[in-house]
Ligand binder design. Structure first.
Ligand code: F0G
Length: 530
């Protein structure tokens, strides 16, 4: 049946322009808002349920935006890519961006911003204290999360520093579905330790579980009984669990975890950095939320936590971060630290322009067309790779496509960093920069021995609305070539190994001359192609 196209009201770009939107007379406001909400839900259901069908039956991730500003990228010849990799110490963090063709290192701070975000940056209120920009941001966040207080910080790890300073005592344990590198570093810096209590499905490369980020409730109960509530600094739930492949956490799990923690008097912390992807998966994978407004989902999630924090380099597609709480006690304790580490309370290390972009970006997170873009592109990339036999984490999550380096490079021992090696090899073969998420990203044990990672992954991040489908196909093609030639990839060893967060600026070298052999094979197979 043909349905009439209805004009869906767009999300208002910034609070100051709210006053300019014609509003109905007072008595009709409820009806007007109700209508708006229903139209939005109908539209979301269509996007989520049907997407856009192609006659061929092919599942194409169709862009719900058009590109109006572009940046030129360079694809160097394979010999130059090899040279760049050597100069970067076989660490993709140390590559110069001018040598990178497709930057899939991360989605952090590199999502495409909307025209409304850029427009909002132009009307920022520059002021050290009491900036109108801050109050706009605070209001949007309080409304979205239904929480009382907001503290700004310059990025996600700055929030982790403040939270750890307040909640972590030496010898305490923080329980979490899975650690994130910076989270763990801040907790251990304060003398605490972490324990991961993710469900067993979460660390399987291939699983049918739809919410692989869920905490295992038995493990949670067992850990509380063993460690004692008073020795647990907090229980942390990470949305879109980064290091296991951007895997979502279900509402049911959050509800159960929160109940157990509240009964045991244990604080709960939610890392909402990857909330956007997680919201999309709650909408599409949990039938109970198919017709729930995205804002209502966010508020329900937030109601289960004492503290919510986020990296605005991810959530809201801008740069910055912040902490929300409704607890007076926690707010006053954390507030003291903001001017000390971040900046005055009305900017917390963020520029006013970024805060304006964030305010709009957060509101755009309520739009299913915006939050679906990364997950459907990740699904497309994973799909291409699966077709070519390349081992990837399934079901596809948010954030990026995760390739299983342990299977890919089964001949490289874990102590020689198979994920790091595959990551370097991918750059040489394609100019695509991905990120190692395996043993290289771990911290050594206290006795100096290697802590072997549970998963050896490389992450091909798909920042929001940045890459086209042909670029996704190129990436899959080069990875498939690499898979065919995987025996050529060898191990890596450190030449320079920093003690903390070694993956950021550590330098390595190949165990033998495998990198040269790989480049030579590429030239042989691809002729004069870049
Ligand atoms: N929590 C999660 C889940 C993250 O993914 C990140 C950052 C942080 C906290 C820290 O936030 O970078 O603003 O200080 N993840 C980036 C990434 C670095 O590439 O995945 P930040």
């Amino acid at each position: 049946m043909q349905t009439a196209i209805r004009v869906v009201p767009r999300i208002v770009s910034c609070c100051s322009s709210l006053s300019k939107v014609p509003r109905p007379a007072q008595g009709r406001i409820d009806f007007f808002e109700q209508e708006q909400k229903l139209e939005k839900l109908e539209k979301e259901e269509k996007t989520v349920m049907a997407n856009v069908k192609f006659m061929s039956g092919e599942n194409v991730p169709l862009e719900m935006h058009k590109v109006r500003m572009v940046q030129r990228v360079n694809l160097l010849p394979v010999e130059d890519r090899l040279e760049s990799m050597k100069e970067a110490g076989f660490n993709t963090f140390l590559l110069k961006n001018r040598d990178v063709f497709l930057d899939m290192l991360t989605d952090s701070g590199v999502n495409a911003m909307s025209e409304n975000q850029y427009a909002a940056m132009m009307q920022a209120d520059d002021s050290y204290a009491g900036s109108e920009t801050f109050y706009r941001l605070e209001k949007v966040l309080q409304d979205m999360f239904g929480m009382k207080y907001f503290l700004p910080a310059h990025q996600g790890r700055a929030c982790e520093n403040i939270i750890s300073q307040v909640l972590v005592k030496p010898g305490s344990v923080a329980l979490m579905n899975y650690h994130f590198t910076t989270t763990k570093a801040h907790i251990t810096l304060k003398g605490g330790t972490i324990e991961e209590i993710i469900g067993d499905e979460g660390i399987k490369i291939n699983s049918d579980a739809l919410f692989k980020g869920d905490i295992d409730i038995d493990k949670l109960n067992e850990a509380i009984a063993r460690i004692g509530g008073e020795n647990i600094s907090f229980v942390r739930v990470e949305a879109g669990t980064n290091l296991v492949g951007g895997q979502p956490v279900s509402m049911k799990n959050i509800r159960e975890v929160s109940q157990i923690c509240r009964n045991a008097g244990i604080r709960t912390v939610y890392d909402a950095s990857l909330l956007a992807d997680n919201l999309y998966f709650i909408k599409v994978r949990d039938a109970a939320y198919k017709r729930t407004d995205i804002k209502d989902i966010i508020r329900e999630i937030a109601s289960f936590f004492d503290i919510v924090y986020f990296s605005a380099r991810k959530l809201g597609s801008a740069r910055g971060g912040g902490i929300l709480t409704s607890s007076d006690e926690l707010f006053y304790k954390m507030r003291e630290l903001v001017p000390l580490f971040e900046g005055f309370l009305t900017y917390g290390g963020m520029s006013v322009r970024e805060m304006e972009a964030l305010t709009v970006g957060l509101q755009e997170t309520l739009d299913i067309d915006v939050i679906s873009q990364t997950p459907i592109f990740v699904e497309a990339l994973c799909g291409e790779l699966i077709k070519k036999g390349v081992p990837v984490v399934t079901p596809p999550g948010g954030l990026g496509c995760h390739v299983d380096a342990r299977q890919f490079c089964s001949h490289v021992p874990q102590t020689q960093y198979p994920a790091g090696a595959l990551n370097a090899a991918l750059f040489i073969a394609s100019g695509v920069r991905a990120m190692e998420r395996g043993t290289l990203s771990e911290q050594r044990n206290d006795d100096g021995s290697e802590r072997l990672a549970e998963m050896e992954l490389i992450r091909l991040a798909v920042p929001k609305r940045v890459f086209t489908l042909s670029q996704i196909k190129y990436t899959a093609d080069r990875l498939a070539w690499l898979y065919k030639n995987r025996e050529l990839i060898g191990g890596l060893e450190f030449t320079e190994e920093p003690k903390v967060l070694r993956f950021f600026f550590g330098r390595l070298k190949p165990a033998d001359d495998w990198a040269e052999n790989l480049a030579a094979q590429f030239r042989k197979d691809f002729g004069d192609s870049l």
